[in-house]
Design a protein around this ligand. Structure first.
Ligand code: DGL
Length: 267
């Protein structure tokens, strides 16, 4: 039994989409969230830059008493997740785009894998270097940092992302799309916009997937196997950021509590 909080980390506020799933699955736990908003977006950064930023962020959470870390940033996990696990004594679990899982969606249509430029590049490089077959129907969609930047600015109006979607999705217009992977934790907050665009421009009714439920399941198992579960029956969520605290805290509260309609298997 361990009543210390679980540290949750993302480049910015996107990780709240994973935090929400963790709060639901682990109602007795307390969470300490750190958004490195001043350095977001991470999506176009090199592994060397990410190494420095993410080590500092994890150290901050551990120094503030975190008993385990949930890395709620696909880019970080794909780029330097293994190194972070080696560098810290506390257990670390992280979110990754569930490409293989989503590719099992019934149908012959495409599976669009939306993720940051760094994530898509590394996923493809790793699959190749490890001799793993990339699922044929899975199409990487490297999304610009501007998509994350708009979420960080609190842009959630209808049409706010259409210019970006148009550029990214134009090659797949009128194609059958069975699934869309939201491979960056910021994207679940604009899922309705992606869905609307997909309905208007693709064939079919795509299911949506993100890696949150897998990461949270792993977190739960890790806490149990290491005897780190909290049993106080009281939980809390604390927010920390490298950015403008007042502005980001208001958005943090909104995103933590707002109703986000989710389709597919993501919670
Ligand atoms: N939310 C992060 C992810 O899941 C990073 C987004 C960014 O900062 O570019 O990849």
């Amino acid at each position: 039994m361990d009543n210390r909080p679980i540290g949750v980390f993302d480049s910015g506020l996107g990780g709240i989409s994973t935090l929400r799933q963790a709060i639901k699955a682990l109602p007795n736990e307390s969470f300490l969230y750190y958004g490195d908003c001043i350095n977001a977006p991470y999506g176009g950064k090199s592994e060397a830059e990410l190494r420095v930023l993410t080590h500092a962020a994890c150290a901050k959470l551990v120094d503030n008493g975190a008993k385990a870390l949930l890395i709620a940033c696909n880019t970080t996990v794909v780029a330097v997740g293994d190194e972070l696990r080696e560098a810290f004594d506390v257990p670390i679990v992280g979110i990754k785009p569930p490409v293989e899982f989503a590719s099992k969606t019934p149908g012959e249509g495409l599976v669009l894998v939306m993720a940051t430029q760094t994530t898509t590049r590394l996923l493809l490089e790793r699959a190749k270097s490890e001799g793993r077959l990339w699922p044929e129907r899975a199409v990487p969609i490297p999304c610009p940092g501007e998509m994350v930047a708009r979420v960080e600015r609190g842009m959630f109006e209808r049409g706010d992302y259409d210019d970006l979607f148009h550029e990214l999705f134009a090659p797949y217009a009128a194609k059958a799309v069975d699934a869309i992977v939201l491979g960056c934790t910021h994207y679940p907050f604009i899922q309705e916009e992606v869905f609307r665009y997909a309905k208007e421009n693709f064939q079919g009714d795509p299911l949506f997937f993100d890696g949150g439920m897998f990461a949270v399941e792993e977190l739960k198992n890790t806490l149990n196997s290491k005897g780190l579960q909290s049993e106080t029956g009281v939980s809390s969520t604390t927010f920390m950021t490298s950015g403008d605290y007042e502005r980001m805290k208001a958005l943090f509260d909104l995103l933590l509590n707002v109703h986000v309609p989710m389709r597919g298997i993501a919670l």
